[in-house]
Design a protein. Sequence first.
Length: 170
Amino acid sequence: MKDVATGKGSGMSQPGQGAGGRIERIVERQIREAEERGVFDDLPGAGKPLGDIGGPRDENWWLRQYMLREGISGVPFLPPALALRKEAQDLPATVAKLRTEAQVREVVAKLNQRIVDVLRKPAEGPSMTLMPVDADDVVIAWRRARAATATPVANVPEPPVGRRRWFGRR
């Protein structure tokens, strides 16, 4: 076999020789020069451990990483029973954003309708143990939360009562 670096036949190529060894040397030199220039300083995550090394991996590890990175909720991918349970658990935070009691009751009614629909069908995935939510209880909790977070109205002084000017009369 002919040695690419020297052009002479050497039988077996030694480690670090030949095309593969030459490429390794070039890469190592470029990395060393970049370190000297400070290219690798202040990289995001510098000094932090790699989070996914050493743990067990499942076949959907890439999907979990993508969802975390993009901030995507996994609720749409859950079986209906688990998705409804999660939605019922998040109901106080959902209704806290609403302005009127009618809107709160509408959200609860839609959730209850979906719960009843899932209870009527054969179970897909885990069994459904969630019962419809009491709208009155949710409204009471919503009112209490709004009263606790309501900002008090600042004391605005009333205008002084006195003599009215001639251009202010009617």
